[in-house]
Design a protein around this ligand. Structure first.
Ligand code: SAH
Length: 428
C-alpha cells in the first residue's frame, strides 16, 4: 500500500555550486534544542559550520523575534501540573485541560463545563493560547484531501494536509516555517528557514485535523487521525527537540497526549546522520523516511546539498542502524526527475545499495511547477526503475498524487500568500 504523497513542493530550480566534502572532525555535534525560538539544532543555523560550507538556504529570522506562546502541548503532564499550580489552581486541572485538548480537541473555555466558570478563561488563556489560525483552506478528492495554510502568532506561514483513505487518515505536518536544507527541486527549500515550530505548533496541526474528523466534517463520517507524517515544510531533524516532544505528545495516551500509535508516525529527513543516530536511541517506534533521491554522491550533492556533509554511504549506515535498533523498516524516498535521477543504471545502483536491507523505496513522481526545468519521469522510465529495484528484491511503491490540484504541495500555497521572498530562486 502506498503512503500518501508528501506535501511536495513544486518549484524546481537548477542545481548549481559544489562545496568540498568537509573534514569529519568538524562536523557539528547534535544538541538538544527544545527551544523553538533558537537556531535549529545540529549546527545548521546561519553561522554554523555547515552553513558556511554548504549553499543552504538563508535563515530569515528577524532580530528580536519572539517565541511562540507556551502551550500545554509543549509540556509533559507533570510540567502542566506545575504550571497550573503556579496559576494558583489545583494541579488536577492540568488533567482536565489535557483531556479537553487531546481527547476532545477543544481549547474553547465555553466547552469546559467541568472547570469552574471563574477560572476557565484564565486557565485556557495561560495553558492553551491560540497558536495557529487558518489563513486559507483548500480541498479536493471530494473533500477527503484538505490542505490548510496556517498563520502563526508572528505571521509565519506553515501548511498541513489531511488525507482520508478508506482505511486510514493521514495528517502531513510541518515542523519548521520554511526550511534551511535548500534542496533545489523543493519549493520550501528555496525560501529559506524562517524558524522552528514549537512542539505545540506541530501538535496543533494534528489536533485541528482530529477536530474536523471528530465533528464529521470530512466526508466518510466521524473519524480519527490514524497516521502522522512529518513531510510538510521543514527538516524535522533540524528541529529535533520540538519534533521529538511533538511525537511524544501525539503518541502518549490521553490525557498525556493524543494516543496515536508510534508505528503510525513517520519522520522524514534529508539525512542528518547524528540526529538519525539520536532518534534511534529515543525508544520510539516511529518510521524513519530518508529522502535519498540519488544513489551516488555526485548527483545527491546537487539534489540534497547537505549530502556534502553526510554522504550516501553514511546516511544509509545511519538508516540501517535505525532499522536494527528499532526493528522498523526504513522508507527510502526517491523523487523521480526526468533524465536527472531516473536512469536504469541508477536504479541498479540503488537496488544494490538496498538489497537485503530492512528498507523499501517510495518513488515520488516529481511534482513540477509551471516554468520548472525539471519534471516527472516518463512512464516507461518509471516502470523500468521499479522493475530494476524489484529485480534486486527491494520492495517499491509509487506514491499516489493526492492533492496535486490543490498544490498538495507545501510551499506553493505559502508562497502564493507571502509572495516570492528575496531568497526565492527563479526556475526559469
Ligand atoms: N525535509 C524532510 C521532509 C519534508 S519533504 C525531507 O526532506 O525528508 C517530504 C518529501 O517530499 C521529501 O522526500 C522531499 O524530498 C519530497 N519533495 C520535496 N519536493 C518535492 C517535489 N517537488 N516533488 C516530489 N517530491 C518532493
Amino acid at each position: 500500500m502506498s503512503p500518501p504523497r508528501p506535501l511536495a513542493p513544486n518549484r524546481v530550480v537548477p542545481a548549481e555550486a559544489s562545496a568540498p566534502t568537509p573534514d569529519p572532525a568538524d562536523r557539528p555535534v547534535p544538541a538538544e534544542n527544545p527551544d523553538p525560538g533558537a537556531s535549529p539544532d545540529l549546527g545548521l543555523g546561519p553561522d554554523s559550520a555547515v552553513s558556511r560550507e554548504l549553499p543552504l538556504a538563508p535563515v530569515n529570522r528577524r532580530a528580536g523575534a519572539r517565541r511562540p506562546p507556551r502551550h500545554l502541548a509543549d509540556l509533559s503532564l507533570a510540567d502542566r501540573r506545575a504550571a497550573v499550580a503556579d496559576l494558583g489552581e489545583p494541579p488536577f486541572r492540568a488533567v482536565q485541560l489535557s483531556r479537553h485538548f487531546f481527547g476532545r480537541f477543544t481549547d474553547a473555555p465555553a466547552e469546559m463545563s467541568d472547570l469552574p466558570l471563574a477560572s476557565r478563561d484564565a486557565l485556557a488563556k495561560a495553558m492553551m493560547p491560540p497558536l495557529l489560525s487558518a489563513e486559507r483552506e483548500m480541498s479536493c478528492d471530494g473533500g477527503t484531501t484538505r490542505k490548510t495554510l496556517w498563520r502563526a502568532f508572528d505571521g509565519a506561514l506553515v501548511e498541513s494536509v489531511l488525507m482520508r483513505y478508506p482505511e486510514r487518515v493521514t495528517m502531513c505536518v510541518s515542523s519548521q516555517a520554511g526550511c534551511g536544507m535548500a534542496c533545489p527541486f523543493c519549493a520550501t527549500g528555496q525560501a529559506g528557514l524562517t524558524r522552528n515550530l514549537s512542539a505545540a505548533e506541530i501538535v496543533a496541526q494534528v489536533v485541528a485535523g482530529a477536530r474536523l474528523l471528530a465533528a464529521g466534517e470530512v466526508p466518510g463520517g466521524p473519524g480519527r487521525v490514524s497516521n502522522v507524517v512529518f513531510m510538510g515544510m521543514g527538516e524535522p531533524l533540524a528541529n529535533y527537540g520540538a519534533v521529538v516532544a511533538a511525537v511524544r505528545r501525539l503518541t502518549e495516551p490521553v490525557p498525556e497526549g493524543m494516543g496515536i500509535s508510534q508505528r503510525s508516525v513517520t519522520v522524514s529527513t534529508v539525512g542528518l546522520v547524528p540526529a538519525i543516530a539520536r532518534l534511534a536511541a529515543e525508544d520510539l517506534s516511529v518510521t524513519l523516511a530518508v529522502s535519498l533521491h540519488a544513489p551516488d554522491d555526485a548527483l545527491r550533492d546537487t539534489l540534497v546539498p547537505v549530502n556534502r556533509r553526510w554522504q550516501v554511504a553514511e546516511v544509509l549506515d545511519a538508516a540501517w542502524n535505525y532499522a536494527a535498533v528499532t526493528g522498523r523498516r526504513v522508507s527510502i524516498e526517491y523523487a523521480l526527475i526526468r533524465d536527472v535521477n531516473d536512469q536504469a543504471w541508477r536504479a541498479d545502483l540503488l537496488g544494490s545499495l538496498l538489497a537485503g536491507r530492512l528498507a523499501h523505496v517510495n518513488l515520488i513522481p516529481l511534482n513540477p511547477t509551471p516554468g520548472s526545468k525539471w519534471t516527472a519521469s516518463r512512464p516507461a522510465a518509471q516502470r523500468e526503475f521499479v522493475r530494476r529495484l524489484e529485480a534486486h528484491g527491494v520492495p517499491v511503491t509509487v506514491r499516489d498524487t493526492r492533492g496535486r490540484e490543490i498544490d498538495g504541495a507545501c510551499g506553493q500555497l505559502a508562497a502564493s500568500v507571502a509572495g516570492p521572498g528575496p531568497a526565492r530562486h527563479d526556475a526559469s
